[in-house]
Design a protein around this ligand. Sequence first.
Ligand SMILES: [Fe+2]
Length: 206
Amino acid sequence: MNKVQALSEVMAGQPSWMDGHSIRVMEYAVATGKALGLSAKSIETLRLAGLLHDIGKVDTCASVLEKRGGLTNSEFELVKLHPVHGAEILCKSDTLLRVANVIRHHHERYDGTGYPDGLKGDFIPFLSRVLYVADAYDSMTADRPYRKAPGKDYAVSELIRCSGTQFDPAIVMEFLKIAGSLPFGQEYSMDCLASLPPGLNFKKPV
Ligand SMILES: [Fe+2]
């Protein structure tokens, strides 16, 4: 699938690549944003950024994304391009420019050693920092077809261990307050898909 096809699937409401991970990340990010007292506009941006954060992976081959075990350096370099590709896809739509910027920076680490731009601390867009925590938590708590998740206890300990280096500590602290009430790996609500902007009316994936 190329970038134009990916964007047209989004605009048609039928993104074939969207899965439970995208929806859970959206839910976790929105729940965290609400706990942080963010504005309705920021919550809506988080909702879309959560849903669409992996759209750039349409440019990454499945054999790399679903590989068991570690990636080679060159494979990891390919994976690291997905925030840039995602932002490139979404910035073609005027209504998604802010979402595109959040997605571009959702792998920037708080200590400045992340990608793609090596932004540090408060220079990383705040919503990208929220999305990074939500994405990491789901990656550690939800099984994938190609690997078993380490689990919730491990995820919480990793968020704490990496607070201040990988993640914004203030966001981790807020996330951990709500983590106990989050679903992980099994069920998610589709209610949050009901009020998307025109042209972004997602259908429930089967
Ligand atoms: Fe990502």
